[in-house]
Design a protein around this ligand. Structure first.
Ligand SMILES: C[S@@+](CC[C@H](N)C(=O)[O-])C[C@H]1O[C@@H](n2cnc3c(N)ncnc32)[C@H](O)[C@@H]1O
Length: 269
């Protein structure tokens, strides 16, 4: 059993290293002006969206959520207070190191340095161990806390996802029947893609990709979706009863603009 766990962990780390270099810096991300306040505002917008979708606060306390692309954990504490449990997954090892420190003390939060793929459903169903490193135990692993989740959320992640069809297939595979997926993204402002403008102004080496079907090559991001574009992305990737919710302004990119509009789109399996 021990050898099995060791081999799975080693293989997960090697797969990560072999496929993509880690382009994220968790410490720098956490120190970005407005990052924590934006995470908190995004988390409140998620809860407002759930309320608008008909979920009461007491119902949320009976539900298990998976947070996909949890980053350094700026949203996770609010989810932990609202839901019965949170499984926070994050593919970047650097982001994951900070995430571990942020969420280790929450009794209803588990976390993994992992992404989702079309095989995730089987891996979660069979309890395949996932890397869950802590500062004290960098080779720690644990089995996913459950096979299926009631709700999946991801905040300002989708425009960084390399393979969108695989990502959506992975989310569908770990949601229960009629499970809910909510994606929060920056919205266009008066038709302007301020998110792309900001990223490229900060770092001109960002490649910007328009085609949802094209994988992201390395240090790349996607153009921001219109609300209709995001709804269509959900529908093309197998989600039903898709709806949008305007989330207002959040204090992202405060060194560049006076707040970013967000949109939340949700649909069911
Ligand atoms: C802008 S950060 C947002 C982090 C966090 N959700 C937040 O709101 O603070 C984008 C995150 O998406 C993650 N990411 C990129 N591709 C991903 C994928 N395929 N699956 C899950 N997360 C991904 C990155 O590693 C990064 O941590």
């Amino acid at each position: 059993m021990y050898l099995n766990v060791l081999l799975v962990t080693l293989s997960a780390y090697l797969t990560n290293m072999a496929t993509e270099p880690d382009t994220w810096d968790g410490k720098a991300y956490l120190a970005t002006p407005g990052a924590i306040a934006t995470g908190e505002a995004n988390a409140r917008a998620l809860l407002n969206c759930l309320e608008a979708a008909g979920y009461s606060a007491s119902e949320l306390k009976t539900l298990d959520v998976i947070e996909v692309g949890a980053g350094v954990g700026t949203v996770t504490p609010t989810l932990a207070a609202a839901f019965r449990s949170v499984h926070a997954i994050e593919p970047s090892e650097s982001q994951g190191r900070v995430l571990a420190r942020q969420v280790l003390h929450f009794p209803n939060v588990t976390f993994s340095v992992a992404a989702l793929s079309a095989s995730s459903g089987d891996e979660y169903a069979t309890g395949t161990p996932q890397p869950s490193p802590t500062p004290e135990n960098p080779t720690r692993v644990h089995a996913p806390p459950r096979a299926r989740f009631d709700v999946a959320v991801c905040t300002i992640v989708a425009h960084h996802v390399s393979d969108l069809p695989e990502f959506f297939a992975g989310v569908r595979s770990i949601l229960r029947p009629s499970g809910l997926f909510i994606v929060l993204e920056f919205a266009l402002r008066d038709g302007e893609d301020v998110s792309v403008e900001y990223h490229v102004a900060q770092d001109p080496s960002w490649l910007v990709v328009e085609d949802d079907n094209a994988p992201l090559p390395g240090h790349a991001m996607r153009v921001s979706w219109s609300t209709e574009g995001l709804v269509s992305l959900f529908e093309r990737n197998g989600f039903k009863d898709v709806r949008a919710f305007e989330g207002g302004l959040v204090p992202a990119f405060v060194d560049y603009c006076d707040g970013m509009p967000i949109v939340l789109v949700y649909g069911c399996t």
